[in-house]
Design a protein around this ligand. Structure first.
Ligand SMILES: NC(=O)N[C@@H](CC(=O)O)C(=O)O
Ligand SMILES: [Zn+2]
Ligand SMILES: [Zn+2]
Length: 344
């Protein structure tokens, strides 16, 4: 196959950051994706509809002419989120839902949730108004091993939450384990998951064997190969509960290559090509369009894209660095080649 056309894909999990960085991050994603869910973990976090619409306006200023990129804003769930705020979100079409960060779980999650059960009236309102809850699914207790944090979150927090609110529309973001795959499959149609390129293409050996590779470090952390294989099978299974969310999460080179490096892979410069690389490796290129362009839109209740995007078989190398307002940034897969390229 020399070229592959698919309906314009969507990115259901994306970090664009703010200010000067938007000049780099917005065009990189707008070039490829029609819609994207914009994560709210700024400092300070995006907690209200008004803040989200201001942030959205800053994003739209950087969308290149001719692009119809649509940022769908996620609000940061905090211990102070109210039922009235859920109603506000339900009424704003450009706000997609709330993002639950367990406090301390990941980058800029300090303002996140410390007591999930205490927010039960808020979750009840989300279920009633069908406002989706997007979840970073990891516990943060010091005594729980970092490789077990997703599974423990599912067992101790997520199952009980969905038992209390069976109609809650919920996306378990950036899943990393066979346990998460099994959990999502076992739930109703209201529960889905996003999968990142790095969790499909890599396991923890790729981060730790032969030297530590900070650009492959993200949260939830890469797991063992058996978990990677479970994610791979889920992505190519044709099950509509699993769809594309890059979790492209830019951090400057000096913040990644540091004694205490930041978590996150900046995959946007090659995101769709990385997924194409993976689907081809699995002999499943015919499943890419469902995963990248159909299933997420179906889950969230959006129309499937009508315009198309074409990938051509043309080898290229992901740049070593990208210049940004905060200094050079090393993209995920930097210096490696990819066989598929987006047609200009
Ligand atoms: N995935 C990451 O490792 N980092 C994300 C936060 C997140 O999605 O958890 C970031 O904002 O940098
Ligand atoms: Zn996360
Ligand atoms: Zn993320």
């Amino acid at each position: 196959m020399q070229s592959l056309s698919l309906p314009c894909p969507d990115d259901w999990h994306l970090h664009l950051r703010d200010e000067g960085l938007l000049a780099t991050t917005v065009p990189a994603s707008a070039k490829v994706f029609g819609r994207a869910v914009i994560m709210p973990n700024l400092v300070p976090p995006v907690t209200t509809v008004a803040q989200a619409m201001d942030y959205r306006a800053r994003i739209l200023k950087q969308v290149p002419a001719g692009s119809e990129f649509r940022p769908l804003m996620a609000l940061y769930l905090t211990q102070s989120t109210t039922v009235a705020m859920v109603k506000d979100a339900a009424e704003q079409s450009e706000v997609i839902g709330f993002k639950l960060y367990p406090s301390g779980a990941t980058t800029n999650s300090d303002a996140g949730v410390t007591d999930i059960e205490a927010l039960d009236t808020v979750f009840a309102a989300m279920a009633e108004y069908q406002v989706p809850l997007l979840v970073h699914g990891e516990v943060t207790h010091a005594e729980i091993d970092i490789f077990d944090r997703e599974k423990v979150f599912i067992d101790t927090k997520l199952r009980p939450l969905l038992a209390r609110h069976p109609k809650l529309k919920l996306v378990l973001e950036h899943i990393t384990t066979a346990d998460a795959v099994d959990f999502v499959v076992s739930q109703g149609e209201n529960v889905a998951a996003t999968i990142t390129p790095q969790h499909l293409l890599m396991n923890r050996n790729d981060m730790l064997v032969g030297g530590i590779r900070p650009h492959n470090y993200c949260l939830p952390i890469l797991k063992r190969r058996e978990h990677q294989q479970a994610l791979q099978q889920a992505a190519i299974s044709g099950n509509p509960k699993f769809f594309l969310g890059t979790d492209s999460a830019p951090h400057a080179q000096d913040k990644k290559e540091a004694a205490c490096g930041c978590a996150g892979c900046y995959s946007a410069p090659a995101a769709l090509e990385l997924y194409a690389h993976f689907f081809e490796q699995m002999g499943a290129l015919d499943k890419l369009a469902d995963f990248a362009s159909h299933f997420g839109a179906d889950f969230y209740g959006f129309a499937r894209a009508e315009d198309t995007l074409t990938l051509v078989r043309e080898s290229w190398t992901v740049p070593a660095t990208v210049d940004t307002s905060v200094g050079p940034m090393v993209p995920y897969w930097a210096g490696e080649t990819l066989a598929w390229k987006i047609q200009d």
